[in-house]
Design a protein around this ligand. Sequence first.
Ligand code: ADP
Length: 198
Amino acid sequence: MSSDSGSTARLVLLGPPGAGKGTQAARLAERLGVPAISTGDIFRANIKGGTELGRTAQEYTARGELVPDEVTNAMVRDRLAQPDAAQGFLLDGYPRNTAQVGELDAILGADGRALDAALEITADADVVVERLLKRAEIEGRADDTEPVIRRRLDVYAEQTAPVSGLYAERDLLVRVDGIGEVDEVTDRLLAALASQVG
Ligand code: ADP
């Protein structure tokens, strides 16, 4: 933890599509007593609910492209202003490009808050494609078709991979191998986090 943050945990979870971020985010958030905030889940809820935000998001998510920053940033800003995020949060799926890193700094900095760590779940491209295609059969997510999965992986490599480098420069990055049983990966994440934040 940063010295002034007491028992807070302000975390971001990074990693390619299919690395298991959603699964691990829910488990970590419960263990840490902070809300898991997934931009992908918020977009999907809005698409399902037929909101204006959902209509905009659908145009992009269906193609595997990022939703425009002004839309995503405003949504995250609102969510982080909710009372349950005051003592910490685990962001899953944000920031997803370097501009969003700057926006998150601005959102937190305005209230004197700062991130404690950026956890990255690593997994090979072969493994993630296989997992996503399997998930497509089970969950039927509209963006889990092979061409859209390939686009999401390209977008990840081009736009999201550089985010890890920025956090590494700030000594906030903690990398964890995402291959293995779900419980094992959770334990690795908790252990890595404990060593990072003391
Ligand atoms: P995955 O990590 O498996 O690609 P997500 O549920 O995190 O799935 O995201 C699904 C889609 O939602 C993305 O492909 C993108 O279109 C959109 N999205 C999620 N987070 C962001 C973000 N921070 N910025 C822009 N678009 C986003």
